[in-house]
Design a protein around this ligand. Sequence first.
Ligand SMILES: [Fe+2]
Length: 247
Amino acid sequence: MDNAQDLREAGLRLTYPPVDGNFPGRNSHERITIQGLDQQVSKLVGEPLVALSPSQAHGKFRIATAGDTGRAKVHVDASHWSGILYLSRPEDCRGGTEFFRHIPTNTERGPYNDQEAQAMGHVSAKQMIADILERDTLDDSKWELTMRVPMRFNRLVLLRPWLWHTAGEAFGDSLQNGRFVYLMFFASARQVAGASSPMPARRPGRPRLPTFRAEPRHVRHLPWPDAGAGRARSAARCRRRHRAPGR
Ligand SMILES: [Fe+2]
């Protein structure tokens, strides 16, 4: 984004109520709309998307600082595509977003459907995911790191939510110097009948928040796990359209 610094500063002015959440860190209470985001991300991934309903954290910011703890780590998201825009200051950036192979099942993602889960001896896809994550989400010995996307200011990571993944390390001790990101969760527009404006309508009296335009400049396609379950993939098929300076 050309105005990522403005977005960061707008995010810093929001409120971050304390929560007893599953994951380390806190979400902003408010959301900020990025004008044209659905369309830009749809173009990047090659299919029409719409932002997920307000019950998801789409459009919220998240801050995590060193020492924040949670009850979960590795997870999957309830979305069709997820996005994380890194907004920590360049000098603070560490960690990023991490992807894993689940060693006991030799999988890099949750099953796509019940048939796939049943072929691996589970009752259903939902149950397989729940069984794995309830047991192993925090157990580092059960996961092999397959890829880490490094955090860089103004880098957007778009990921398939069924990949086993987690946020990289939290750092800093304040909103200013912590791990600060903008969250996106999308549904497939084809699967959401009649979805036209998933962001909540502004009600009278609610604060008017700025909008931002989405303008991707550098696009890098990272390696992609195969549809076949259980095969760790090498870094083949890494297609690079543009190389961002300094990376
Ligand atoms: Fe996630």
